[in-house]
Design a protein around this ligand. Sequence first.
Ligand SMILES: Cc1cc2nc3c(=O)[nH]c(=O)nc-3n(C[C@H](O)[C@H](O)[C@H](O)COP(=O)(O)OP(=O)(O)OC[C@H]3O[C@@H](n4cnc5c(N)ncnc54)[C@H](O)[C@@H]3O)c2cc1C
Length: 413
Amino acid sequence: MDDVYDVAVIGGGVVGCSVLFELTNHGYKCVLLEKSPHLLTGASCGNSGMLHTGFDAEPDSLELRCIQLCQRRIADVFQKLGLPYNRLGARMVAWDEKQKALLPRVVERSLHAGISDIEEISISRLYQEEPYLNSGACAALWIPGETILDPWMTPIAFAHHSKLKGAKILTDCRVRGLERSYTNQWEILTDKQTVISGAVINCAGLYGDIVDRLVNQQSFSIQPRKGQYLVYNRNTQHLLTSSILPVPTERTKGVIVFKTVYGNVVVGPTAEDVDQRDGMRTIIDPAVTRRLISHAHSTIPLLKTHSVVHMYSGIRPATRQKDYQIKAYPERNWITVGGIRSTGVSACLGIAEITRKHLLEGLKQEPSGTPVSELEQLQFEYSSPGLMKVFDTEYTITHPITLCGLSRPPASL
Ligand SMILES: Cc1cc2nc3c(=O)[nH]c(=O)nc-3n(C[C@H](O)[C@H](O)[C@H](O)COP(=O)(O)OP(=O)(O)OC[C@H]3O[C@@H](n4cnc5c(N)ncnc54)[C@H](O)[C@@H]3O)c2cc1C
């Protein structure tokens, strides 16, 4: 008989890795099942790597609640695990009177979200602080809490730390079917082996609805939304001191000009509804590229003198609903953590905390082990192109931000 676990987490994206970290730290015996050969190959390897404060999140949403919970803890976790991050702040710039008229609503919404340090700044201060910004700005907001992080290293650290504390991580391990045993446990049929677990947490991201369907559940369906980016060399980093945000619309946060924790200036993401969950990520649309280049040049004109060194894209696990789809099914010991479309990094520890509460209070599933008393500092070593060692385990880097930051840009996506 294979090992028996308290909890099986399906999916090794940022959400699955964060849930694994939270539950392992609280004494649950966990296994993570990932269908790909490496962790972070879905939505989580094509994002912006920004830790948003939630200033523009939907008021009273579960998404905002998760972001707020994450904000309370994440800086401490970054420091304890030894992860890079930078609280650079962001400047939201209105380029015409119509956009300017929308700024008071952004401030109002952010106050409602409990973010009180957002402020309108004068145009002279804007240009003093962002001297390379194009002329013509009408108004701007300063949002000091917006932070950049390494979007690959962070979830990898969560996964590796969990492994150090006893969790099992199985890659190349697609979940193909699930059955309830006569002892009321889940028998999870995978590519590799059958796994037995008390509870199951579906963190399958872009495939969340499909994994739910394996147990005849269907409360949402994924509507993939693509976002494309341009990456500039690290020698552009002096052109920005913060992330330059557009005024958001109902549908999207818009295209951001930002720099990564490694100093590459990045422009993106776009937002296009697409009909495929996987293949679309590697297709770079030339028309979208032209739009991004024009956005880059009209925001920071000096970017015209630099070349784009890489392009990448990611697919958001969006749904028809705006909010996250986190649902507990106590009668079958199942939790679905789905539809985490555009803030999964910013909310990761909050999503994990809420999931743990569902597990304990809704499913009444107690941990079989003892909680982890202290987080351990991890040692990352960039061992060879495309690979990173954490102590003696080698991980394949799947996120272009980390790849471009640590080495020459990847030849292909
Ligand atoms: C363009 C773009 C920009 C973004 N920018 C930001 C940002 O700046 N800040 C922020 O906070 N968020 C951002 N996001 C959102 C964030 O990336 C997502 O919310 C997050 O990646 C969702 O993670 P996930 O773990 O739910 O999904 P995924 O990353 O898709 O992970 C799900 C995993 O489940 C696995 N899986 C699927 N089916 C099975 C199965 N049957 N068996 C086993 N494994 C399975 C998949 O292989 C995958 O690894 C952005 C997203 C995109 C696309």
